[in-house]
Design a protein around this ligand. Structure first.
Ligand SMILES: Nc1ncnc2c1ncn2[C@@H]1O[C@H](COP(=O)(O)OP(=O)(O)O)[C@@H](O)[C@H]1O
Length: 291
């Protein structure tokens, strides 16, 4: 069974590989099945096929999408619903930065330029997180922000079965405003968004409304903005997403694992639709769409 222990071990091993060819030879498995999304729907709730019995484990899902699209929001909600950990590599990176360890200055320069960190650093952070989770009895995962390059996707594919990759899509003109509106409470860690998106329908294209996600009164004076959420850095992150991460969509599409989900609006509209396409409507007894 693909336990977190195996995954941690595999990531550690892969960190020792230096040649891309060696990695490719090791990880590219034969016989990928092109499966329709309909086939996938039947296995979403329990996990995938392959080295483990899907009944024995929790979901292994990945969230893809541009910076600011809402990966963290929807991955977090699904994580609560399915009781699997939401593992966001961006959060792991920010934790490392705030720890003021030896690497943090070097890392913050890269992150604040909107560039990607090396695979070695990301695998190290991920292995550490998986190890801690394993110690706490976690099983399954929803990954957010990883894989971000085809090489990372190949490595992940070689060490575990990913059941489903949810690719969140949002109109490009909305993405930048949403990134610039992001805030975090420095005390409780809650994520908010001050941007109001209100686009009128025009020339046959539909309008879109997304209400801001405002903090409770107690957090208002403690809001901070991520240092990489400036307009210049967000634009660079979007450019890098298109160059490095968009090919990851094709990687999973060709393996029949990609579920494209165009966000129709804010959480009240999008959440029930996402649950519907995931066949999870029955699970939604813990969270209300309006929350
Ligand atoms: N899988 C990864 N590979 C390389 N760098 C990463 C990865 N995940 C996160 N990072 C680094 O952390 C930063 C913040 O990540 P994240 O919070 O996921 O940003 P975004 O809002 O752009 O999705 C990235 O810009 C990058 O520098």
């Amino acid at each position: 069974m693909a336990t977190l222990k195996n995954l941690t071990k595999s990531f550690k091993q892969f960190r020792n590989f230096s040649s891309t060819t060696a990695i490719k030879k090791s990880v590219i498995k034969e016989g990928y099945k092109q499966q329709s999304l309909d086939d996938n729907h039947q296995r979403f709730n329990r996990g995938g096929d392959g080295e483990s019995n899907p009944k024995d484990r929790n979901v292994h899902w990945v969230f893809l999408g541009c910076p600011g699209v809402g990966k963290g929001t929807y991955a977090g909600r699904l994580s609560n619903l399915l009781n699997v950990p939401h593992i966001a590599t961006g959060d792991l990176v920010r934790e490392e930065l705030s720890s003021s360890g030896p690497l943090s200055k070097q890392l913050s320069e890269i992150v604040n330029q909107g560039k990607l960190l090396s695979d070695d650093i990301i695998f190290r952070l991920l292995s550490k997180r998986l190890e801690t989770g394993e110690g706490n009895g976690e099983s399954g995962f929803i990954l957010d922000g990883f894989p971000r390059t085809v090489r990372q996707a190949e490595i992940l594919e070689g060490v575990t079965d990913i059941d489903l990759v949810i690719n969140l899509k949002l109109r490009e003109d909305v993405i930048l405003s949403k990134c610039l509106g992001r805030r975090k409470c420095s005390q409780c860690g809650g994520n908010y968004n001050l941007a109001t998106i209100d686009i009128k329908a025009e020339n046959g294209s539909p309008g879109m409304y997304m209400a801001p996600l405002l903090p409770p009164a107690g957090c208002e004076s403690k809001l901070i903005t991520r240092s990489d959420d400036t307009e210049e850095v967000v634009k660079e992150r979007l450019r890098i997403y298109n160059e490095m991460s968009q090919p990851v969509e094709e990687f999973y599409r060709s393996r029949g694992k990609l579920l494209e989900f165009q966000l129709p609006g804010g959480i009240p509209e999008s959440w029930p639709k996402l649950l519907h396409v995931l066949n999870l409507e029955d699970h939604d007894d813990k969270q209300s769409a309006a929350a």
